[in-house]
Design a protein around this ligand. Structure first.
Ligand SMILES: Nc1nc2c(c(=O)[nH]1)N[C@H]1C(S)=C(S)[C@@H](COP(=O)(O)O)O[C@H]1N2
Ligand SMILES: [Mo]
Length: 308
């Protein structure tokens, strides 16, 4: 793990971080008018919380190299460098996503249909892993809700489950029961319809690398990273809270909601602070990963220590 942590040489941190940011900003020019949600650009939210402790620093976009070589994608191995080494066996084309369950118009979409139907926007989001590290990633994607609405969920659709590909030929390590494959995650329907929840098909102005969940992955920035399932092939509307892989494997450690919450420790470590990849000093972890103004109302009246 150590070699992956960027240890800036004194005085060199600015330069090493500025390069990838400048790169992606330049690429952004080519994306034309698709830049909805400019307020979401992390550079703009520094003033929102007058954080005064020394750890409060502006969010810089994580170097692309780090975001594409330090990954969790257990289908391709459990070490952080495994996915980048092994995910070349994933074939992101052709690709289909089946939508089923409690909806009037179940059906299947090809990835090309998805790309044609839903214009991509750039969203720069913090990603906070439950393991207490974090990154800042410029995604290209569109609101999950825009896709869900097309299938006309019924009034019984209270939740949505998203399922990752499970193909032992493309993912040879999934012949072993490291997790209960296929990797499944889920959201309450109002969370899934929230405009901050996106399906990403790209990052850093390019297509998603396989190790980041090509060709289509969920990104829910106010929740721990494990909620953001990769390489999605199935979406199911359900009436009951769906089965989700990490919650089923260790319910005391990984809740269904998994909202980023510095006040609720993981049983084996504190969630108060986080290690931002590329930085030396730890940062304080923010409630809802800093997206509370947008999403806290979804949880009004809920005991988030119990429903963690
Ligand atoms: N299918 C699948 N999706 C997954 C995972 C996984 O192991 N398998 N890991 C999750 C975890 S724990 C995190 S932190 C994020 C990491 O996303 P990234 O590698 O693109 O940063 O992916 C999530 N999605
Ligand atoms: Mo994670």
């Amino acid at each position: 793990m150590a070699p992956l942590i960027r240890i800036p040489r004194p005085g060199a941190a600015k330069e090493s971080e500025a390069t990838p940011r400048a790169l992606y900003l330049r690429r952004r020019d080519f994306l034309g008018g698709a830049l909805a949600g400019a307020a979401l650009l992390v550079g703009c939210d520094g003033g929102a919380e007058s954080r005064t402790d020394e750890a409060a620093r502006p969010d810089e976009v994580t170097p692309r190299k780090d975001a594409t070589s330090y990954n969790n994608f257990y289908e391709f191995g459990t070490n952080k460098t495994d996915p980048a080494e092994n995910a070349h066996t994933l074939r992101p084309r052709p690709w289909t996503v089946a939508v089923e369950g409690e909806c009037a118009k179940p059906g299947t979409l090809g990835i090309e249909d998805v790309l044609a139907a839903f214009p991509r926007q750039e969203r720069v989001y913090r990603l906070r892993c439950v393991e207490a590290w974090s990154m800042v990633i410029p995604w290209l994607g569109f609101p999950l809700g825009d896709l869900l609405k097309r299938f006309e969920p019924t009034s019984k659709a209270k939740y949505v489950q998203l399922e990752t590909l499970w193909d032992t030929e493309q993912m040879p390590l999934t012949r072993k029961p490291t997790l209960d494959w296929p990797y499944r995650e889920g959201l309450r329907i109002d969370e899934a319809m929230h405009p901050l929840a996106i399906l990403a098909t790209g990052m850093y102005g390019e297509e998603l690398p396989n190790q980041n969940g090509a060709p289509l992955r969920l990104v829910v920035p106010w929740k721990y990273g494990f909620k953001s399932g990769k390489s999605i092939v199935k979406i199911r509307f359900t009436e009951q809270q769906p089965y989700t892989t990490w919650n089923a494997s260790a319910p005391d450690e990984y809740g269904f909601y998994a909202n980023v919450n510095p006040d609720v420790d993981h049983p084996r470590w504190s969630q108060r602070r986080e290690r931002r990849i590329g930085e030396l000093a730890k940062r304080p972890t923010l409630p809802f990963n800093g997206y509370g103004d947008e999403v806290a109302s979804l949880y009004a009246g809920m005991d988030l220590a119990k429903l963690f």
